[in-house]
Design a binder for this molecule. Structure first.
Ligand SMILES: Cc1cc2nc3c(=O)[nH]c(=O)nc-3n(C[C@H](O)[C@H](O)[C@H](O)COP(=O)(O)OP(=O)(O)OC[C@H]3O[C@@H](n4cnc5c(N)ncnc54)[C@H](O)[C@@H]3O)c2cc1C
Length: 417
């Protein structure tokens, strides 16, 4: 069903009806508001009429790519990919950058210390200038091996898009209390640090007054400073490792400068509270991260923020059986960020969790180039299995990206005879 929300869209429905009839679509018809309400009782109040297409969904053919990352889309377009579409479930482009209002973005890429929204703005300006298509508030439900994309949007409903190449850039999600299984009561006041960041920076809602943060990754450290600036008392940051896991600059600027205590080799072992959390119990751990009995301490608080790791969001990737590297949580990729399935590329935090957006941009640039290369039919000869080198991890190396090197013409050095 295609719904018209104003007079202009009613005219478009007529054109669509004519086109559909000419193309032999069966049972196509326009319905008025009364029938529309009967069929869709929750239809938006502005609806005027609708075109019913009982025999099919809407198909939008994109010569090239659906990308979820701005940089990849720009690179794809610049490298001759043709029609490019960015799809994002959020209400705006820019992803996580839009909620990161602290400075520290773009030192490498632009030689400037930008905030997240400033960094995103530079890319969005370019997207508008290059007239790259995008759709926001659109959740991708499924992607098939044939590169069909099914998305849902509150205005246009379910839509099917056919593409020639796809770049995955879905970022990552945060581990929750459930993921790390903290025992205790189930009160309100427990948030992941990224959710708290969005509530404070985007929605203007403060999360609490006496706060404990579990995990000293960058999001946890930045939120310690943010909550302090907003008037809360951050009682402690508790970290299970013997060292902080975020960047050194964030330890200095977010904890030391604000005199926020950091408890290394400690973890939260219990949560107390009836309706709202009122206390956490935490303990020291040994070198195997086992709790040392008798070291329990407690802190009164009304909020616990969890910054205990990110997981690349690869549900769509796994569904079409793209090979995943367990050490990164993302797909195996080659040096143009093509995954194990031809024509499917990946970049950004969906490949591995990156500390700095500059590196995300570098990889996205390559993925965009790769996808353009693919849709222009130049990739075939490079998918020769004899012409690739697998990179293996040495001792002490946790993960490697890319995991495969192919003889693409973009390499600085020729490594193949
Ligand atoms: C708190 C915090 C602080 C940081 N600080 C810095 C810093 O100081 N300096 C720095 O350089 N970097 C920093 N970074 C890192 C950097 O911001 C990220 O690595 C980078 O922005 C990630 O980009 P991405 O495109 O991979 O993912 P994201 O920005 O997460 O974008 C992924 C997008 O995909 C969308 N999506 C996912 N699934 C679907 C679906 N099914 N359908 C439709 N859309 C979907 C999401 O809504 C999201 O908008 C920070 C990150 C965080 C979280």
């Amino acid at each position: 069903m295609v719904v018209a929300l104003n007079d202009e869209e009613v005219l478009i429905l007529n054109t669509l009806l004519e086109q559909g009839l000419t193309n032999g679509v069966k049972n196509l018809r326009i319905i008025g508001i009364e029938e529309l309400i009967k069929l869709e009782p929750n239809i938006c109040r502005d609806a005027k009429s609708a075109l019913i297409v009982p025999s099919a969904g809407i198909v939008d053919v994109h010569r090239f790519v659906i990308a979820l990352a701005e940089f990849a889309a720009i690179s794809a377009k610049e490298n001759g990919a043709g029609k490019v579409l960015i799809i994002d479930r959020d209400f705006y482009l820019g992803g996580i950058l839009q909620q990161c209002i602290h400075p520290g973005f773009g030192l490498k890429k632009f030689g400037l210390e930008l905030t997240g929204p400033e960094y995103a703005h530079r890319l969005i300006k370019k997207i508008l200038y290059m007239e790259i298509d995008y759709i926001v508030d659109a959740f991708v439900l499924e992607i098939t091996k044939n590169k069909e994309i099914f998305l849902i949007n509150s205005k246009i409903g379910v839509r099917k898009i056919i593409s020639k190449a796809i770049i995955f850039a879905m970022g990552c999600r945060e581990r929750t209390r459930g993921s790390i299984k903290i025992p205790g009561d189930r009160p309100a006041g427990i948030f992941t640090a990224g959710t708290a960041q969005r509530l404070i920076n985007v929605d203007g809602l403060m999360v609490g007054k006496k706060i404990v943060i579990l995990g000293s990754g960058d999001i946890g450290l930045i939120m310690a400073r943010r909550c302090t600036i907003e008037g809360a008392k951050v009682e402690a940051v508790v970290e299970i490792l013997p060292y902080p896991s975020g960047l050194n600059r964030n330890v200095q600027q977010c904890l030391v400068d604000f005199e926020i205590p950091l408890f290394l080799k400690h973890t939260v072992i219990n949560i107390k509270g009836n309706k709202r959390i009122n206390k956490i119990i935490f303990s020291e751990v040994d070198q195997n991260r086992k709790v040392i009995n008798g070291t329990e301490k407690e802190i009164e608080c009304d909020t616990l923020l969890l910054s205990v790791g990110l997981i690349p969001e690869n549900e769509l990737t796994k569904k079409i059986e793209i090979e995943i590297d367990n050490s990164t949580g993302g797909p195996f990729v080659d040096n143009l960020f093509q995954t194990s399935r031809e024509g499917f590329f990946a970049c950004g935090n969906v490949v591995q969790v990156y500390d700095l957006v500059d590196y995300v941009s570098e990889d996205s640039d390559l993925a965009g180039k790769g996808a353009a290369f693919y849709v222009n039919g130049k990739m075939k000869s490079y998918n020769n299995p004899n012409k690739k080198v697998f990179i293996k991890k040495g001792k002490g190396i946790k993960s490697i990206v890319p995991q495969v090197i192919k003889d693409y013409p973009f390499l600085d050095k020729k490594i193949f005879p």
